[in-house]
Design a protein around this ligand. Structure first.
Ligand SMILES: [Zn+2]
Length: 249
């Protein structure tokens, strides 16, 4: 079910404390010269939509399309929220859901840059309001697959590298232009160590200082086939999480 398609009497009739709600979060930020700005919220939202086809009794909300992307502002098109604004926006949404009796909330995140804010949000809601939310970055559901599909040494998902590009080649190939990536580009052949965290230190810089084209990874190694495997595996794992949450007493 979609949250926005319900009428209030339908909402009233639901056993709201048992229903799992899914709020996709993402970003509107540069994704290299070959991928569109919407990648992160588009993917999170597609996962929620396809999950709802498998588990129709969940309630999905429209995606929060902007996140914290200050480190991408060197590139035109990026829209960022200050972390406090992002946290407070989500906080109000979650508090409203809670006020209406919803107790099983998932925030399905598609943007690595949102992680720290989501952590603060979860801690605040529990410490100050006394309720828990479940935050999931979709790629964290399939850590082994992330490792095995990686063709470059970028950290985690990278950024607009082979993994996100594969997902987009699978989900929306018409929005991908691989010809815009310079021939032979892979970020692990760049040597901008300022971006890399050393032992025990994390230094915060903008992505442009690491990669002129805003890419961390090896986009040319992407394929729709990898994207399909990745996407379908995420869906399968997320379905398990949702069914577990539904089964909780
Ligand atoms: Zn992304």
């Amino acid at each position: 079910m979609k949250w926005g398609e319900q009428r209030w009497p339908q909402m009233k009739a639901m056993d709201r404390s048992k229903i799992v709600t899914i709020l996709p979060t993402g970003s509107m930020e540069q994704h290299g010269p070959h991928l569109p700005l919407q990648v992160d919220h588009f993917i999170a939202n597609r996962i929620a939509e396809d999950l709802e086809k498998r588990v129709p009794e969940i309630l999905t909300l429209p995606p929060v399309w902007a996140g914290t992307s200050g480190h991408h502002m060197d590139f035109p098109g990026t829209i960022t929220l200050r972390p406090r604004v992002f946290i407070d926006l989500l906080r109000d949404v979650c508090v409203c859901m809670h006020a209406h009796g919803f107790r099983r909330m998932i925030l399905l995140n598609g943007h690595g840059g949102n992680r720290a804010s989501l952590q603060v949000l979860g801690q605040e809601l529990y410490a100050e309001m006394g309720f828990s939310i479940n935050v999931i970055a979709y790629w964290d559901l399939v850590p082994q697959l992330v490792k095995s599909l990686k063709k470059s040494k970028s950290k985690g998902m990278g950024h607009s590298g082979e993994l996100e590009t594969s997902l987009m080649l699978y989900l929306a190939p018409q929005l991908v232009d691989l010809s815009a990536v310079p021939d032979g580009f892979r970020s692990d052949q760049l040597h901008h160590s300022r971006f890399i965290s050393g032992e025990g230190i994390t230094r915060y810089v903008n992505i442009k200082e690491h990669s002129e084209i805003g890419v961390d990874g090896f986009p040319a190694a992407a394929s729709a086939k990898d994207g399909e495997l990745f996407y379908q595996s995420v869906l399968t794992e997320l379905e398990k999480v949702v069914r577990e949450l539904q089964a909780e007493a």
